[in-house]
Write a protein that binds this ligand. Structure first.
Ligand SMILES: [Zn+2]
Length: 189
């Protein structure tokens, strides 16, 4: 299946999200000092840690299939990153996972006929890692040609996210775009 190749390729560009999804687990093999300053922005590209306020999205499209992978810091999704201690915190994680799985945080171009065929979401907080991340994967199958753009409503659901760094790959082209609350449309061209 061609999308598998594309997803693998795009996975190479955004290792943290792709690895966690692809392996069905989070592999925190990187060494990562959880210091009090909470400043680990330098690690991101090499080490797969996150920057608070920044989510990552990777999209692979081919032959009527779309695979979307999201990574977002748990602090921006539920307001804390540690393993849940209370029922309230467990519930917060569960509802965030449900919301991410529903896929309603993005809207495909109107007029495209694509169905959400499969969706997964998880939080590494459930395993109790230091800086928790949410991961989500959506898989769409299209009866029309794949969309030329998405609009993301992620910022309305999770207002502490300031931007989403996005990379996309189709069988025609590839690109990257930074999405913000003021510019939440991802254009594939
Ligand atoms: Zn963190």
């Amino acid at each position: 299946m061609r999308i598998t190749y594309l997803a693998f390729f795009i996975g190479l560009m955004t290792l943290p999200a792709a690895q966690a999804i692809a392996h069905g687990e989070h592999s925190h093999s990187h060494s990562h000092s959880h210091n009090e300053e909470h400043d680990h922005s330098k690690d991101h590209t090499q080490q797969g840690s996150h920057v608070h306020g920044v989510a990552y999205l990777s999209i692979a499209m081919a032959e009527g299939e779309i695979q979307i992978e999201l990574q977002a810091p748990a602090s921006d999704i539920v307001g804390f990153e540690h393993k849940p201690d209370t029922q309230e915190q467990k519930d917060a994680i569960d509802s965030a996972i449900a919301l991410l799985r529903q896929g309603e945080w993005l809207k495909l171009q109107q007029g495209t006929d694509c169905l959400l065929e499969n969706a997964n979401a998880t939080s590494t907080q459930l395993q109790g890692s230091g800086h928790g991340d949410f991961f989500a994967e959506l898989y769409f199958q299209c009866n029309s040609k794949t969309p030329e753009y998405f609009t993301v409503s992620f910022f309305e659901h999770f207002p502490s996210v300031e931007r989403i760094d996005t990379q996309w790959l189709s069988d025609m082209n590839h690109g990257s775009q930074r999405l913000t609350p003021g510019n939440a449309r991802l254009q594939f061209n």
